[in-house]
Each structure stands twice: as C-alpha cells, then as structure tokens.
Design a protein around this ligand. Structure first.
Ligand code: ZN
Length: 88
C-alpha cells in the first residue's frame, strides 16, 4: 500500500497556468496589433466607373488596389475614382 503524494498533479496545474498566461499575452498582442492596423488603414478607393470600393487600407495599398481594379475591370480607362479618408 503506497500513498505517495503525486507530484505530477502539481506540475500539471503549473502547466495550465502557464498556458493561460500565454493565451492572455497572445490575445493582448493581437488586440494591440488590430488596433494599430485600424489606425493606419484609413484609405478606401472608390471606383469612378462602377460601385466598386476597396477595403480600408493604407494610402499606398488603396492606390494600388484602385489601379488593380481599373486594370481588371476597366482596362480601356485610365485609373481614376476617388479616395475616401476615414476620420480617426
Ligand atoms: Zn470599377
């Protein structure tokens, strides 16, 4: 009859806590990353020929998206349309 205190149980609890901290840190990092992205993605290209709108992007990405859209949808027209800027 042996009743040794099981050390592995304590170890498991420690691991659970450690994983918990990792998850919390990861979520916080993700939230910070997403809020930074929102702050910088304030430009949206609206097509002047159809109702196409790009997603909210950075200024250079929105310009590139507009040019890509014109090349694929309106290849006979020079890139145009308007750029929307979202207020912070
Ligand atoms: Zn278009």
């Amino acid at each position: 009859m042996e009743e040794r205190p099981r050390k592995s149980k304590g170890d498991k609890d420690m691991d659970g806590g450690f994983v918990c901290i990792l998850v919390v840190v990861g979520v916080v990092a993700l939230l910070i990353y997403m809020s930074n992205q929102k702050a910088s993605n304030r430009y949206r290209a609206d097509c002047g020929e159809c109702s196409h709108q790009s997603a909210w992007l950075s200024e250079s990405e929105a310009e590139a998206a507009s040019i890509r859209h014109y090349r694929s949808k309106h290849p006979d027209l020079p890139p145009g349309g308007t750029m929307q800027i979202r207020a912070r």
